[in-house]
Design a protein around this ligand. Structure first.
Ligand code: DQQ
Length: 546
């Protein structure tokens, strides 16, 4: 009998075994989606970095292929680090960072080997690698993660690379006419004084008038550009919205922007890193993945034989306010929805906890819209809350009796006496002098009785004005050890890793809606679906023969 692995997910991207981190070079090419990822072929901890590779027809079910890029040459013998794919004359080309035989970060290029293999299994590294070296003021330890290339009106390709120059974060811009010989631009695409090294930049245009995604080279029409950076300092992903000046080749963030990362919006206020997007030309959308790390111990990773996963793919576009990004699980997730439970116009009195029963809730997709009969009774807001909402969520608890809220969901719960566990995802409304502020918390303090597990509370003030219609929506994907939440239609996202203990003894997990505020809260509608298990990188299967 195989020992049960309660942390293994049902529909999140993971290799069948070993370590995974950053998503690399996602693309759609001739009927197939490809996802490469930072992978250790030899074990469940970080090391021996290579590019793992999987393919899919629907972005939900994945077939694992052999490692696409491994450490083979002087220019990458110490690691094949992150990178991306660009279509050059219609052909996919990989740009990636190698850790060379002198331990330097260098940039390399690889082409598909066999033009007739639809699965793009083999890649050949060019003989003229490396194509970019850390020379001059570039720190050879901090020069990595080339973006997908884009093509300018002047007939030159561009790519952008994260770098550290005398302690300053810079996204360096390189140009090329032939995608082979690259020259560093006079200016960086963008830079910052105080936020440390920026890894894994992602740079792409977004439409101001539609949810459709855009090809990376589009720079005309009603558009803005987004620069996403991963801060080594905080291990969080942030984004800036602005204009790309193609003449100077610089990104100019919108006026509100200050050079203080604490004021920048985050891709996800939970626990993700090194995100990357691609343009899905099949469905005209931009899709986004992020690495979700483990947050239990290394010994646990070794015991289970794997570590890390990707967020469920999200469509990403710019809100009509032109300021914030919206991220939403791709529609294709509906392929997995099974039995559904629904509540409509359901009053949640103060102090009530109501169970959503009848489906398996350890793999579920839950959408709920709360309505507040009135905003009177909201507690007063203190400006100091703004600086550190996670600290605030750590200090309060979901069982406090508040004014409006706490109300929300308890997920992955156990009610068995002496073994109670619950993860709370909830809201609490505050009133400042001129507006209402909606706090969202994901509180893991009571999520597990397992030892050595990180059980933080994360918080964010959500980018939704509650005073408009007194409604707030929450969507939560629950998948065994990962809980991804989307507030206000995807304006604020929070992903957490949860390791409940009760499932180890075969107990099923519960799901509740609750209200511990002094005012009644109404559920306008709740839909919860049990989710089927996707086929994700199952070993020993022959994709081609099926
Ligand atoms: N992970 C890769 C690097 C990147 C970092 C190495 C971010 O290329 O900068 O595994 O997680």
């Amino acid at each position: 009998l195989k020992e049960i692995d309660p942390d293994r997910t049902a529909f999140h991207f993971q290799p069948s075994k070993n370590w995974l981190n950053d998503p690399n070079g996602p693309m759609y090419y001739k009927g197939l989606f490809h996802l490469f990822y930072q992978y250790n072929p030899d074990g469940p901890l970080w090391g021996n970095m290579a590019w793992g590779h999987s393919v899919s027809t629907d972005l939900v079910n994945w077939e694992a292929l052999d490692v696409a890029l491994d450490r083979t040459d002087p220019f990458d013998i110490n690691g094949v680090f992150s990178g991306s794919v660009t279509f050059v004359a219609g052909e996919p080309v990989i740009l990636y960072t190698g850790i060379d035989d002198q331990q330097r970060n260098v940039q390399n290029i690889a082409f598909r080997k066999n033009g007739s293999d639809p699965l793009l299994r083999e890649w050949s590294k060019s003989g003229y690698n490396p194509i970019m070296l850390p020379v001059g003021d570039i720190d050879p330890d901090n020069f990595r993660d080339p973006t997908t290339g884009w093509f300018g009106q002047d007939g030159h390709w561009r790519t952008a690379i994260g770098a550290n120059l005398e302690g300053r974060a810079e996204i360096l811009l390189y140009k090329s006419q032939n995608f082979k010989n690259w020259t560093r631009n006079e200016f960086p695409l963008h830079k910052s004084q105080s936020s440390g090294m920026w890894e894994c930049p992602d740079f792409f245009p977004v439409s101001l008038s539609s949810k459709d995604g855009l090809d990376p080279s589009v720079n005309t029409g009603n558009i803005k550009h987004v620069l996403k950076v991963s801060l080594m300092k905080t291990l969080q992903d942030y984004y800036l919205v602005g204009k790309y000046d193609e003449k100077k080749d610089v990104f100019v963030p919108d006026e509100w922007y200050k050079d203080d990362y604490r004021t920048w919006p985050m891709i996800d206020y939970g626990h993700v890193y090194a995100s990357k997007s691609f343009f899905d030309s099949k469905n005209n959308r931009r899709i986004f993945w992020s690495w979700v790390n483990e947050s239990d111990s290394e010994a646990d990773d070794v015991k289970r034989g794997w570590s890390g996963m990707q967020t469920f793919p999200r469509a990403i576009w710019l809100d009509t306010d032109g300021k914030q990004l919206i991220q939403w699980p791709i529609e294709d997730i509906k392929l997995l929805r099974k039995q559904q439970i629904q509540l409509r116009d359901f009053g949640l009195q103060s102090g009530v906890k109501h169970e959503i029963s009848g489906i398996l809730t350890s793999q579920a997709d839950v959408e709920v819209e709360f309505e507040l009969p009135s905003l009177e009774g909201a507690e007063s807001f203190n400006n100091s809350f703004l600086l550190d909402p996670s600290k605030l969520c750590d200090e309060i608890t979901p069982s406090d009796e508040g004014g409006i809220g706490p109300f929300g969901l308890f997920v992955l719960t156990s009610d068995v006496e002496g073994q109670e566990e619950y993860t709370a995802i909830y809201f609490r409304i505050y009133k400042s002098s001129d507006r209402y502020m909606t706090l969202m918390c994901s509180d893991l303090k009571s999520s597990s009785r397992r030892e050595g597990v990180y059980k933080p509370a994360h918080g964010a003030f959500v980018g939704v004005d509650i005073s408009k219609d007194k409604r707030i929506s929450l969507r939560t994907l629950i998948d065994h050890s990962v809980v991804e939440s989307f507030v206000g239609g995807g304006r604020t996202c929070m992903t957490m890793r949860v390791y409940p203990k009760h499932v180890l003894t075969g107990q099923t997990s519960g799901l509740y809606v609750f209200n511990h505020g002094s005012q009644e809260v109404k559920i306008r509608e709740l839909n919860a679906w049990e989710m089927a298990k996707a086929r994700v990188n199952i070993e020993n299967d022959d994709f081609i023969s099926r």
